[in-house]
Write a protein that binds this ligand. Structure first.
Ligand SMILES: C[S@@+](CC[C@H](N)C(=O)[O-])C[C@H]1O[C@@H](n2cnc3c(N)ncnc32)[C@H](O)[C@@H]1O
Length: 319
């Protein structure tokens, strides 16, 4: 199963990968973007929390296991692959003997091989055990949320992370129907919870499945922490690029970049007394989106948005 990297050329250009640079790819997946950074001569430290992604990379990039008690690390001369969450960026870089890097890239969400593997339970297209864990060593799965969380917590998840207008009905029907073991059982419950007139152009379970996946993998909190860590490990002049696939993610990236670029909280008409220095400057005033050609060639690029910012140098007022 393969994954077509999204916004590939735009990412490689905007991250300014080149010889002598070290780039963190926080979301290795099937290594499409990583390969692009390597082709430009950069060294890459790649993270993924999914062991399948790590194992594939070991074969594809011919990596050797490095002895390390704390982490699974595989390396060749130019590429280091680590089984870790990108929220652990500083800790992992310390273990690798690195403090700062020249670029960080995050391509959020799941890869096609995860989504298209029926066993992983990410997709409403296949009948599978409720799972949705990106990290197979994690204990919390979609099954636990569906079968053991309170109705009000299930409602909150579906409402907040799925922006589903029928979240209340769906949460009520889920709790009534428990135990629910498989994706198809869950879809049946969701269908029943929706009014007939609501049959829209999208699959009725789409929003609920998105919500569950975000909750299982704590994706929005991971993104917030990942953005802070990325900014801290970036050298002045280094760039961070993030590809988001839905508005909840994109809003977090946009607001984070804005706050880092304009941290002053003083009233506009008064002199600044907070003296907070900007840490980033925004490179993409508007997000970069796929060309018509890419949209046609890769359905999954639909709704992707790339935002890039650059760490402020001392001359520009940075620390
Ligand atoms: C959209 S795919 C990346 C695809 C990749 N850019 C490529 O070209 O093949 C996202 C990958 O990031 C991983 N991932 C998502 N969130 C993560 C996190 N917080 N920490 C580490 N890996 C994460 C997923 O397991 C998945 O393999």
């Amino acid at each position: 199963m393969s994954h077509v990297p999204v916004l590939f050329n735009e990412t490689i250009d905007l991250l300014k990968a080149s010889r002598d640079k070290i780039i963190v790819d926080g979301t290795l997946g099937r290594g499409g973007h990583t390969k692009g950074f390597l082709q430009k001569g950069a060294k890459v430290i790649a993270f993924d929390q999914d062991l399948e992604a790590i194992n594939e990379a070991v074969d594809n990039f011919q990596l050797e296991k490095t002895l390390c008690k704390e982490l699974k690390i595989y390396q060749n001369e130019d590429l280091t692959v680590v089984h870790a969450n990108f929220t652990e960026m500083t800790r992992v870089l310390n273990i690798l003997g690195l403090k700062m890097v020249d670029g960080v890239f995050l391509d959020l969400g799941v890869s096609s091989p995860q989504f298209d593997n029926p066993k992983r339970g990410f997709s409403y297209r296949f009948d599978a055990k409720l799972d949705m864990r990106m990290d197979q060593t994690q204990t919390l799965s979609a099954w636990d949320i569906i079968n053991s969380f309170d109705q009000k917590d299930i409602f909150r998840i579906i409402k907040e992370y799925g922006e589903e207008q029928y979240a209340r009905n769906i949460a009520r029907e889920i709790v009534k129907a428990r135990p629910i073991n498989t994706t198809f059982e869950l879809i049946e419950v969701i269908r029943k919870a929706m009014p007939l007139k609501s049959k829209q152009d999208q699959h009725p379970a789409k929003r609920t499945f998105q919500a569950l996946r975000i909750a299982v993998n704590d994706e929005l909190n991971a993104l917030k922490k990942g953005l802070i860590e990325s900014t801290e490990v970036l050298n002045p002049g280094g760039r961070i690029g993030v590809i988001a696939f839905h508005s909840l993610e994109d809003r977090i990236v946009k607001e984070f970049f804005r706050e880092q670029a304009n941290p002053c909280t003083c009233p506009k008409n008064l002199p600044c007394i907070c003296h907070k220095n900007p840490t980033l400057k925004i490179i993409t005033k508007r997000p970069v989106t796929p060309s018509g050609e890419e949209l046609e060639a890769n359905r999954r690029s639909h709704s992707s948005k790339l935002r890039v910012a650059e760490k402020i140098t001392i001359e520009e007022g940075g620390k």
